[in-house]
Ligand binder design. Structure first.
Ligand code: MN
Length: 636
């Protein structure tokens, strides 16, 4: 690289004439210097000359000593660079001179390819996506079409360098590539905001690249299933939005139902996104900053959770200069109960995307969400579980993780008791990986058990070992699952030994069996299994015992958990009727059509439960007994 243009010419007896490379730009020229030029146009008032492909200007006729034609070569002196970028030249008569060639001042390096440039001076151009002030330098994260690299600029310890630069600015940075622990960083020697044409050009380049890089992969479905395949285009859109979000360095926060299916949905998506973040960000902290997964105890987005999430997001924005996150709701998020939380987020720039299979309220939810995939929106139902959808979603984001996921849809389906015919295919697929059906059931039980004890923690590494996704010790996985599933079953047995003698039975007018149990007073509290699961287990035993339509209600002081088989319930509808009919009952809740939970005020329990039973007695029986039960929706 040569840059002689900043030195004065060597005096009249040895003049220097510069010869610009074709790719030189305005930044490579200096007023007062002499250049080799070529005439590219002749007009009345002078001639236009080129000194490189993109640098040209006018020699006014008053400065011309003879006539010229297009193609003539001459030596010119740059007399003026105007505000608007126009150049003026004079012709110069020189007999003897020294020609020095000038290369374009710099080549812009790809941030994704700096590993080979450690120790070198480089130039990078891109968008500032994060600005973090440390106790030492200010770290500007700069994103171009190949990746994101941290660039450290030092003003004074703990003092913000370049205070005029903001997130979203396009910049040109010159600096030296350094290796820092396992990662790369550019130590900034100069940092300038790009403006005008330079900025427009970079912006267009970045936009085009973003669009291209966000494009998800086309994947062959794991099993042939038209009901799921019709959702692929919409899942693909979600995959694209998630990839784009990573490329824009916007954090992703996943909220998922804390049950087996919810984990089978979120863990593959987590693995895929972490891989993609690793591929696209030089900063080893990016995975921690850009992705966070948290379980939700309730089968909807509670105010407590959204408050916590919003608080953290705003803190991260203030402390780490991060963008506000995108919220990805998995196995949760489709219902009207989620709306108050969404309304809360709507005060901020936080996009929301939902993949769920709970019975949705699209009219209520869709004003707030940027993407919504739910089988009910395609005339399908809960049998397509969120885990099944999300395994395909994860593969669209990062197809190379497919081999780790083949057993996951089967676990999801068994956990949520999907009655889909395709379950056979998924179970077969898992069998090819060495999973028999009873072990798949154990994995689901173990996930449920761990979800309960983890409470508000994501327990990432532990859950990865239980599900065997992103886990490298198959044997430990097997032993851990057997241990946890065994513990879970023992705890359930203890619980049912205590609760079963207190279960009350009656026969409804419809001939369905109704079982009621007070899970507050006749079951252990604050331990596994929680009330939802306890009710589900009692229900299952009664279904087995009778072989007839069964409804089970497990109630506490201000809540009731509902399970049914062989009865056509519509729980969301019943909840809305009860709320209208029982003044002062404070009834709310929902869930799936035939499995769910309701809340009410404690002092109105009697009235609410009586009215509930009446409605259940009116419900029609299902001719074919099967296909109305869904797994444990623990919401306690
Ligand atoms: Mn589910």
């Amino acid at each position: 690289m040569t840059a002689p243009h900043d030195g004065p010419s060597d005096g009249p007896e040895d003049p220097v004439v510069y010869d610009l490379d074709a790719d030189c730009t305005l930044s490579d020229v200096v007023e007062g210097n002499r250049y080799h030029a070529e005439v590219n146009g002749v007009v009345e008032y002078g001639v236009f000359v080129d000194i490189s492909d993109s640098v040209s200007g006018l020699v006014h006729e008053s400065n011309l000593s003879s006539d010229h034609q297009v193609g003539d070569e001459l030596v010119v002196e740059l007399t003026d660079i105007r505000e608007n970028g126009d150049l003026s030249f004079d012709t110069v008569d020189v007999d003897e001179y020294e020609t020095r060639s000038i290369e374009h001042d710099y080549e812009v390096a790809d941030t994704g390819a700096l590993a080979d440039a450690v120790g070198d001076s480089v130039h990078v151009e891109g968008e500032v996506v994060q600005i973090k002030q440390t106790g030492g330098p200010t770290i500007f994260h700069v994103s171009d079409e190949t990746g994101v690299v941290p660039c450290a600029a030092f003003e004074e310890a703990g003092v913000r360098a370049h205070p005029d630069i903001e997130i979203g600015d396009l910049v040109h940075i010159a600096g030296v590539v350094e290796e820092r622990e396992e990662s790369l960083q550019v130590e900034v020697s100069s940092l300038d905001r790009l403006t005008g044409d330079d900025a427009d050009e970079v912006r267009a380049r970045l936009d085009e690249a973003l669009e291209r890089r966000a494009e998800p992969h086309d994947v062959e479905p794991l099993v042939e299933w038209p009901a799921l395949e019709q959702m692929f285009p919409d899942l693909r859109e979600i995959a694209k939005q998630l990839r784009r979000t990573v490329l824009e360095s916007r954090p992703i926060r996943v909220r998922h139902h804390a049950d087996g299916d919810g984990m089978c949905a979120s863990i593959p998506v987590e693995l895929a996104l972490r891989k993609f973040i690793e591929q696209t960000h030089q900063d080893p902290d990016a995975k921690r900053h850009l992705f966070k997964r948290l379980p939700s105890k309730a089968p909807f987005y509670e105010m407590e959770d959204v408050t916590r999430d919003l608080n953290f997001a705003l803190e991260d924005q203030a402390r780490h200069g991060q963008k506000l996150p995108l919220l990805l709701m998995l196995d949760n998020g489709s219902t009207a109960e989620d709306v108050p939380a969404y309304e809360n987020l709507a005060h901020y720039d936080i996009p929301i995307v939902v993949v769920d299979h709970h019975h949705p309220d699209p009219e209520a939810v869709e004003p707030y969400v940027d993407g919504h995939v739910n089988p009910y929106l395609y005339d399908e139902d809960y049998r397509i579980t969120t885990g099944m959808m999300c395994v395909e979603l994860a593969r669209m984001i990062a197809p190379d993780i497919t081999d780790e996921l083949r057993h996951v849809p089967a676990v999801a389906g068994i956990s949520d008791r999907s009655k889909a015919d395709t379950m056979t295919d998924y179970v077969e697929l898992a069998a090819e990986e060495g999973y028999d059906e009873s072990f798949l059931t154990d994995v689901g039980e173990a996930l449920d058990y761990e979800a309960f004890w983890l409470k508000y923690d994501d327990g990432r590494n532990l859950i990865n070992d239980v599900l065997n996704v992103g886990c490298d010790d198959e044997e430990r996985h097997r032993e851990l699952v057997e241990f946890l599933a065994g513990r879970a079953r023992e705890d359930v047995d203890d619980q049912l030994d205590a609760a079963m003698p207190h279960v009350e039975h009656e026969r409804l007018a419809s001939e369905a069996h109704l079982y009621r149990v007070d899970v507050e007073n006749h079951a252990y509290r604050f331990t596994y299994p929680p009330p939802g699961k306890t009710t589900g287990e009692i229900h299952d035993r009664k279904v087995e015992e009778t072989g007839e339509p069964v409804i089970t209600i497990g109630y506490g002081p201000d809540f009731a958990v509902l399970r049914s088989d062989g009865v056509r319930l519509d729980i969301p509808e019943m909840v809305s009727e009860l709320n209208d009919e029982i003044v002062g009952g404070g009834v709310s809740g929902g869930g799936h059509l035939v499995v769910g939970s309701i809340k009410f005020v404690q002092g109105m329990r009697e009235q609410v439960l009586d009215a509930l039973v009446e409605k259940m007695a009116d419900a029609e029986l299902d001719e074919n007994l099967q296909s109305t039960s869904i797994g444990h929706e623990s919401d306690d």
